[in-house]
Design a protein around this ligand. Structure first.
Ligand SMILES: *Cc1c(COP(=O)(O)O)cnc(C)c1O
Length: 414
């Protein structure tokens, strides 16, 4: 053995250091299934990300942004009233609703836009469904002075008027997509076409832990701050780790973010999928619960299929959760039994939305209400345990919709 040979440590590396592999696979999930011209761009983004994101300058600037612009760290809050009501178990919230712009999405948008700045990109391109990702990216674009182009289906533009207005006020260009069903899928196609017209000067910013490698890895790493902070804060508050961590799963970014802080700990991790109106095809968006393996949007995962191998129709009362697939790391962690999947229907989520508002003075996003609803169920089953919930966003965006459709819940006792 030469003097320079270093024996590999037998101490197990933390999960985030070993997953994904160099091709972006978490087990058999993930990877990159895109046309050659797009693959070339993904390889470049990956190479740039791997070097830049670990540079001192990048880390220093991102940390400063998190502190001074986003208002991080967000607090962990003990829900005394809710916990007392449920009898025994203690429920805590990681308050991503208090992150600037009111949700966790800004965590990865600021990271992606900072990478774009280091790469000298002149334009940020993305699609948006309900508009939440569009607003977060428009915010990042305004901060860095990089123009933003958001592709959005005509149907969604009509439905999500306040978010369209916010994007415009923030200076983003909203491209209305009028082909096909005029919703998210067509917006993705349109945004990719625009990106491929000038991939040297622009960058595509994906809105969750989905898409081809390296996006599931990058977005997880930008969201990991949630889990790192929460773990430290929880230890500081209670002197121990939580028994359970609960988060809602759409594409899977807020859940991967908080899970990432606890993957190597003896903590049970629950991803809550939207059961919508029920288990029937087209009535929910619970991909891991009812889906099967397939490739969509450039990656292999578990997805809800419609005709043939195409993505199926999905539905949830929370528009941020109605995605027919799920981040590949979730598919992997679930397949090896590290995480557990739960579901929550529309009505349970609405009940939790009002219950948290009434008992704690916190109006959650409808997406986050799914996680709260499951946590209350778990609390009844595990009265001696601690439960940490990622409260991914605030409910201001949902107020009109909830009162119009579920106004009678305001008359109930909680
Ligand atoms: C978009 C959104 C989600 C779902 O996205 P993930 O990638 O699964 O986190 C959840 N909560 C809020 C508040 C959102 O805006």
């Amino acid at each position: 053995m030469s003097a320079t040979t270093v024996t590999p440590s037998t101490y197990p590396l933390p999960a985030h250091r070993t997953q994904p592999d160099s091709k972006g696979f978490f087990g058999r999930f993930g990877g990159s299934f895109v046309p050659p011209e797009l693959q070339k761009q993904m390889d470049e983004i990956n190479a740039a990300y791997q070097s830049i994101s670990r540079s001192h300058d990048f880390i220093r600037e991102l940390r400063s942004i998190r502190t001074h612009f986003q208002g991080r760290p967000t607090p962990v809050y003990y829900c005394k009233n809710l916990s007392d009501k449920l009898g025994g178990a203690r429920i805590y919230l990681k308050r991503e609703d208090l992150n600037h712009t009111g949700a966790h999405k800004l965590n990865h948008c600021m990271g992606e836009a900072l990478l774009a700045k280091f790469l000298g990109k002149k334009k940020l391109i993305a699609e948006t469904g309900a508009g939440q990702h569009g607003v977060a990216l428009a915010t990042a674009g305004a901060y860095f002075g990089i123009p933003v182009e958001i592709h959005m289906g005509e149907v969604d533009i009509a439905k999500e008027h306040p978010n369209v207005v916010r994007m415009k006020i923030l200076g983003a260009k909203v491209v209305s997509v009028s082909r096909g069903l005029r919703t998210l899928k067509e917006a993705v196609d349109s945004a990719f076409e625009s990106y491929l017209q000038d991939p040297v000067n622009s960058i595509y910013c994906i809105g969750s832990v989905v898409g081809p490698h390296p996006f599931p890895l990058m977005v997880r790493e930008f969201q990991r701050v949630v889990g790192i902070e929460a773990r430290e804060q929880f230890l500081e508050m209670t002197g121990e780790l939580p028994d359970n961590v609960v988060a809602c799963v759409g594409g899977g970014s807020n859940s991967m973010g908080i899970f990432a802080g606890f993957l190597d700990d003896p903590v049970e991790l629950f991803g809550v999928e939207p059961l919508g109106r029920g288990p029937g095809a087209g009535d929910n968006a619970a991909s891991l619960s009812y889906g099967s393996e397939g490739v969509m949007h450039g990656f292999n995962s578990i997805m809800l299929k419609g005709e043939g191998e195409n993505p199926g129709p999905v539905y949830s009362v929370a528009s941020g959760l109605d995605y027919p697939s799920v981040g590949p790391e979730h598919a992997y962690l679930n397949s090896i039994g590290r995480t557990q999947v739960a579901t929550c229907g529309d009505e349970e989520a609405i009940y939790a939305f009002f219950q948290l508002s009434r008992l704690e003075g916190i109006i959650p996003a409808l997406e986050s209400a799914h996680a709260v609803a499951f946590a209350t169920k778990l609390a009844r089953q595990r009265p001696t345990q601690n439960i940490l919930v990622n409260l991914s966003g605030r409910g201001d965006k949902d107020l009109d919709f909830v009162m119009e459709k579920y106004g009678h819940y305001a008359d109930k006792e909680y």
